[in-house]
Ligand binder design. Structure first.
Ligand SMILES: *Cc1c(COP(=O)(O)O)cnc(C)c1O
Length: 397
């Protein structure tokens, strides 16, 4: 296999059909859960939403959770409910999905991009330290790939300043750090239920916090800033409500919530399976001089939303783009997470200039995301490894 002709040069691909980098698993039970809601009295703001919030509270180890319509809505809601406003600064890592920063901009506040640690691609506390100013109101860790960021150190850096320590935990539902669950370790955490994430609800998001007041503010913000939803009013037999703040319609429907709850039932077994696949990759690349997986701290349970490797480009005759194209030709559905956010034209127009995030920018030039999802077989993982070995052999310097 390792000496055969690359598919990109006309050879036979390692796989006949594309192996996607991620894929949701929908069971008959999931389908039944959605059908139940469709036959019930409530399609939105009903009991399935409350049930989903209770289930999420258990998984995240927090007393209360607010479900919203997407992970991005969850970021906007979390930031607004922490009082982030025009003129404030919020520190976010340069390597993340754009929404982490965009939701700061929604509020007229300014995202400030911190560099990441080269081995984990988690926000680098040293970089954060240099960026804190009198305007800093929050530091957002992103639990990149499924590993919880170093919130205790971020908290130490913030010291007694009025700075919220927040988690974009879109990748890390079910992960732990020092036995603490995602949700418990920061002032608040957000999740996404987009189909590529751990729990697929179609679309959906949530905010978890150990602070019940913050969750109350989130629930008001997601419902136009109105203090009581229509179900609470019906229960009290009153028409009266007040709009106290400017809010949005970020409600999650009962249809999505029921699917989310049903999906949560398999979260633990799915994370176990993701860890088994990660182990197959880790073992295969342990002695590689070309392929370096991200590091996971020994005190962490990584939930492996994605499996990212960095190429040692000095050992190759080609760059990441050529390796990426060759892997796609072998029918391995690789991806890249992420282009540094300050490199996007929108942020360039805000005055951010490439060159300020050396670790993030170096990582971006050599990173590749390999397929990992619970329905993958060992043999699928071995196809990925075979394709990488084949390509590395052909492109070795
Ligand atoms: C997916 C994701 C989001 C946004 O979630 P949506 O549900 O797609 O809006 C935010 N941050 C990170 C790190 C993500 O991966």
């Amino acid at each position: 296999m390792t000496t055969s002709r690359l598919a990109i040069e006309g050879g036979t691909p390692v796989r006949k059909q594309l192996l996607p980098y991620g894929r949701q698993t929908i069971t008959e039970t999931d389908i039944q859960a959605v059908v139940e809601v469709l036959k019930s009295d409530f399609l939105t703001t009903g009991p399935a939403v409350n049930q989903f919030e209770d289930n999420l509270a258990t998984v995240t180890g927090t007393p209360q959770v607010a479900a919203v319509s997407s992970g991005t809505a969850a970021l906007h809601t979390m930031y607004a409910s922490c009082g982030i406003k025009s003129g404030d600064e919020v520190i976010v890592p340069a390597i993340t999905f754009a929404a982490t920063a965009n939701a700061v901009a929604y509020l007229g506040a300014k995202p400030i991009f911190a560099d990441v640690k080269p081995d984990t691609l988690l926000i680098d506390p040293k970089s954060v330290e240099n960026l804190i100013s009198a305007k800093t109101r929050a530091i957002v860790g992103v639990d990149f790939a499924g590993q919880i960021a170093d919130y205790p150190t971020l908290r130490d850096i913030a010291a007694d300043r009025p700075i919220h320590i927040l988690a974009d935990a879109a990748h890390s539902l079910g992960a732990t750090r020092d036995s603490e669950r995602v949700g418990q370790i920061s002032d608040a955490a957000i999740f996404s239920f987009h189909p590529v994430k751990h729990v697929a609800a179609g679309e959906g998001g949530a905010i978890a916090s150990t602070n019940p007041d913050l969750i109350e503010r989130c629930k008001t913000f997601r419902n136009h800033g109105i203090n009581a939803d229509h179900r609470t009013r019906a229960e009290k037999g009153t028409w009266f409500y007040e709009m106290r703040e400017l809010g949005f319609n970020y409600r999650l429907s009962d249809i999505h919530a029921a699917l989310g709850s049903s999906q949560l039932a398999t979260l633990d077994s799915n994370i176990r399976r993701r860890n088994e696949i990660a182990k197959i990759y880790d073992t295969a690349f342990a002695d590689s001089e070309v392929v370096t997986p991200l590091a996971t701290a020994p005190n962490s349970l990584n939930s492996y939303h994605i499996y990212v490797v960095q190429l040692e480009l000095d050992s190759l005759k080609v760059g990441r783009s050529e390796v990426f194209a060759a892997l796609r030709a072998e029918n391995i559905g690789v991806n890249v997470h992420y282009i540094p956010v300050p490199w996007h034209p929108y942020y360039q127009r805000q005055g951010f200039e490439p060159g300020n995030w050396p670790s993030a920018e170096n990582a971006y030039e050599r990173m590749i995301t390999l397929p990992i999802w619970p329905g993958m077989t060992d043999s699928d993982a071995n196809d990925v490894i075979a394709a990488i070995e084949k390509i590395v052999h052909a492109f070795r310097r």
